[in-house]
Design a protein around this ligand. Structure first.
Ligand code: NDP
Length: 496
């Protein structure tokens, strides 16, 4: 065979990736479980490039140049395993299987190990940008063995979004690292969407600004450091009038947020690796709360606000809007700080060599969180350097331990802090929930605290479970004989 790559799974994402490859000059062999999608793709878009339609995985494999590259884009989960099981007996040593769907990174780790044992390369690739991105240039986060990047990287870089001449695609790390980075991208996306939602809610319920007028506010914000795809589409959504009722569309959309699971995975993994990704987790919980329809119906009737729903005076509205903008920016930075911190924790846990500067560079375009801010974050982590691979489990030299420690972000948060505190205070006083604004602020105040009540928790743990505590003035671990004479003993039970 002579085709450059085979794509199996031609629903919207697979079809658009296949077209993207073909438009970039690659010969693409096509396969789908049911033949209809393959024929439809060729009928509708066959003129866009070189396609080879096939009716079976055997035919698909036979049509490929060696080493064979097969990209799987089927429904995540069991279907990926089903396709791998059918594909593996048809392949030869050195062939490369690419999974570009939203697979869980643990599945990717398992699949990579299984295929490696059979002499095959398995490359788990995170792809972000939805259907439009898949067609015109997504952000691509490939994992898998470094050696296989030589065979698939150039093709992926070619179809990826480009930012300032650099592809939003680079090898991020071994086995499941690509899917992990994509997962964290989605977790940050959840938080980014939620903070915009909280800002919208405050502008409406506290400042009394109607959706159409809010659209203008978000347009203006899109010309500040908040400039991003998500702010841009927020203005579009708020400006939309519902044809059926003549009301703002936002007012006829049911306020129960859906989710497909990647945000939840991020929160769960944050708990697993011990990374405090509270702002991301709160954004997942906010969606869950929104979807508790029955509970909310009862709560609406039963639970009182305890406040009169304070609004802002006309004279203060402009200041309030600016305060909300700053609170949004600060909260968003915290969500990014938490997501990146989680990547470092995961690198240590899974032995990955993750370069945060290069990872941030991949999110500058193509993906849902795309924004110029990512270029600034990239710079804060030493810029993009696709040859910089820190020792597994460590961070690259010179990179800040936390995004908030990069001088420009330390300053940005300090500048926003008075507004941020005013907004969280006003929201609480008005009875408007701002779970991510407030959780992000708690994270910030938690990090910077001289002393945390964790000392008391250690005391309690020692009291009920003899878990021992460390002292500020001496090395070692200690225990107070709480149910005895309350003297202190050291870790070996010897009185001190
Ligand atoms: P779907 O997730 O809807 O999956 C449909 C495709 O999977 C069809 O081609 C279907 O074949 C195939 N399939 C399902 N089960 C099997 C099976 N057991 N064996 C073989 N093939 C099977 O497609 P999408 O294009 O929406 O998404 C593909 C992947 O990309 C998913 O992992 C998704 O999470 C991810 N993704 C999606 C994004 C989006 O915006 N939609 C964005 C980024 C990633 P058939 O036609 O025969 O039913």
């Amino acid at each position: 065979g002579t085709a450059d790559i085979g794509v199996t799974g031609l629903a919207v994402m697979g079809a658009n990736l296949a077209r993207n490859f073909a438009r970039n000059g690659y010969t693409v062999a096509l396969h789908n479980r049911s033949r209809g999608r393959t024929d439809q793709l060729v009928a509708e878009h066959g003129h866009e490039g070189e396609f080879v339609a096939t009716g079976s995985l055997e035919e698909l494999v036979a049509s490929l140049a060696v080493p064979r590259r097969v990209l799987i884009m089927v429904k995540a989960g069991a279907p990926v395993d089903a396709v791998i099981d059918q594909l593996v007996p048809l392949l030869e040593e050195g062939d490369i299987v690419i999974d570009a769907g939203n697979s869980h990174y643990e599945d990717t780790r398992r699949r990579e190990a299984a295929l490696a044992a059979q002499g095959l390369h398995f490359v788990g690739v995170g792809v972000s940008g939805g259907e439009e991105g898949a067609l015109n240039g997504p952000a691509i986060m490939p994992g898998g063995p470094k050696e296989s990047y030589a065979a698939v990287g150039p093709m992926l870089e070619r179809i990826a979004a480009q930012y300032g001449g650099e592809p939003c695609c680079a090898w991020v790390g071994t086995d499941g690292a690509g899917h992990y980075v994509k997962m964290v991208h989605n977790g940050i996306e959840y938080a980014d969407m939620q903070v915009i939602g909280e800002a919208h809610d405050l502008l409406r319920r506290v400042a009394g600004i109607e959706p159409a007028a809010q659209a203008a506010v978000f347009d203006a914000w899109n010309r500040t450091e908040l400039s991003s795809y998500l702010i841009e589409i927020t203005a579009e959504v708020l400006r939309q009038t519902d044809a059926a009722t003549g009301r703002p569309l936002i007012d006829v959309i049911v306020d129960e947020a859906g989710q497909k699971g990647t945000g939840r995975w991020t929160a769960i993994s944050g708990l697993d690796v011990g990374a405090p990704v509270a702002a991301i987790a709160e954004s997942v919980f906010a969606r869950s709360l929104s979807s508790q329809r029955e509970v909310r119906e009862i709560a609406r009737e039963t639970l009182v606000a305890g406040v009169d729903g304070a609004g802002v005076a006309d004279a203060d509205r402009e200041q309030f809007v600016e305060d909300v903008r700053q609170a949004l920016f600060a909260s968003k930075l915290v969500a990014y700080a938490q997501g990146l911190d989680m990547l470092s924790a995961a690198a240590a846990e899974y032995g990955w060599s993750l370069d945060l500067g290069t990872i941030a560079s991949l999110w500058r375009d193509g993906c849902i969180i795309r924004a110029d801010l990512l270029d600034v974050i990239m710079t804060a982590f030493g810029g993009r350097d696709t040859d910089r691979h820190p020792e597994p489990g460590t961070r690259a030299e010179g990179q800040p331990l936390n995004l908030l420690f990069a001088p420009e972000f330390t300053r940005a948060i300090a500048d926003a802090l008075p507004a941020w505190r005013r907004v969280v205070g006003a929201a609480i006083s008005a009875g408007v929930p701002v779970p991510v604004f407030s959780s992000a602020l708690a994270y910030y105040d938690g990090l910077r605290a001289d002393r945390l009540p964790a000392a008391l928790i250690q005391g309690q743990r020692d009291f009920f479970g003899a878990h021992t505590y460390r002292r500020t003035d001496r090395e070692g671990s200690f225990h107070t004989l709480w149910s005895g004479d309350r003297t202190e003993v050291d870790g070996d039970g010897v009185p001190v």
